[in-house]
Design a protein around this ligand. Structure first.
Ligand code: PMV
Length: 338
């Protein structure tokens, strides 16, 4: 099955003598059921699902210039950024079997994020997705076909796993799951069956700790190899996704909250119990979590939290509760933020 899918992503297209310029905006995403643990080549140990973050995005302009000796130049937020080039180069090398035409172009890349640099908001998902979309636009231009969003997700995944989910929205699942028709470990697919309440769901990102994390996601994924709870965790993620899919259809917010918070805490529990163990939460992370739970109990407002692999807290709530939740953030939670 996968072999056939992989063949479908291959092409015989080659570079032409015309240059091509394209600009793409790709959103970041926050997982509700977490991907944690992977195997080569960048395939998930369990399926995941995420909200697409429409206001946290990367914009990337790529100028493909025909060349016999291809080079990459990159500007980040208007300034030359040679330190980003090796990551882009290794991505291009990784996808060369699927995009052979790239060997005939030099790339001038200009990229920027809608969120502050080094804020702890991961830019690899939106960054890799924007670049993959630009490459798929070049491919569409060469073939005369439409941009292949499945291939864009497939390529983005090879740059950064969670980038597979940064192609469409508002909900994207990635990884084979028995309850998702057409699901695959190779690329993400949009989930269109959600209750309308989830189409305009809100996410406020509280920056508890800015800057580079002490342990990268790559190291964290690898620590799931030989982790004593790995098998239970992968089974739990599959079950939580099955439950969450039902909840996303019905709009039951109590169950939504229960699953989403459990997933966030289970992700961090894997970090606490790996060898070596590590902690990415900060005291402020816990204070915010406690305060959100107390507020929910006192008011009945369906606000909850999730976490990615860091100290920052994503506060999730329905659009209709925006005013009261923004007050909570401004008056109480912001005290724990950098
Ligand atoms: O895509 P990566 O390798 O940065 O891993 C992302 C892992 C989490 O953000 C913690 C979970 C997820 O599913 O996005």
């Amino acid at each position: 099955m996968n072999d056939q899918l992989l063949e479908n992503f291959k092409t015989r297209l080659t570079a032409t003598e015309a240059s091509f310029k394209v600009m793409h905006r790709a959103p970041s995403n926050i997982a509700l059921v977490k991907y944690w643990g992977k195997y080569d080549p960048q395939l998930p140990a369990n399926p995941s699902i995420s909200f697409t973050l429409s206001r946290a995005f990367t914009e990337t302009l790529v100028f493909f210039e025909p060349s016999m000796s291809p080079k990459i130049n990159l500007k980040f937020e208007g300034k030359a950024k040679p330190s980003f080039i090796p990551k882009v180069q290794s991505f291009i090398d990784r996808i060369k079997d699927y995009c052979p035409y790239l060997s005939g172009y030099s790339l001038e890349i200009e990229t920027s994020n809608s969120f502050p640099h080094s804020s702890g908001i991961a830019s690899s998902a939106s960054g890799m997705a924007a670049l993959a979309m630009a490459i798929c636009s070049l491919e569409a231009n060469l073939s005369g076909d439409k941009v292949d969003l499945k291939k864009a997700s497939f390529l983005a995944r090879l740059g950064s796993g969670s980038a597979a989910r940064s192609i469409e929205g508002p909900l994207m699942s990635w990884g084979l799951h028995k309850d998702i028709l057409g699901s695959s470990d190779l690329f993400a697919t949009p989930f269109f069956e959600a209750h309308p309440i989830f189409n305009a769901y809100q996410d406020a990102i509280l920056l508890v700790h800015k800057g580079v994390k002490s342990v990268s996601s790559t190291v964290g994924h690898n620590l799931m190899n030989n982790h004593p709870f790995a098998e239970q965790r992968f089974a739990q993620a599959n079950e939580n996704l099955a439950r969450l899919l039902r909840v996303l259809r019905t709009g039951d917010l109590d169950d939504f909250i229960e699953i989403v918070e459990l997933e966030a805490l289970s992700l961090h529990a894997m970090m606490f119990s790996s060898t070596p163990s590590y902690i990415l939460m900060q005291p402020g992370t816990l204070s915010i979590i406690q305060r959100i739970r107390t507020f929910r109990k006192e008011t009945g407002i369906p606000v909850c939290f999730t976490l990615d692999a860091g100290a920052n807290v994503h506060v999730l709530y329905p659009l209709e509760n925006k005013e009261i939740v923004v007050d909570l953030i401004d008056n109480e939670l912001s005290a724990f933020c950098e």
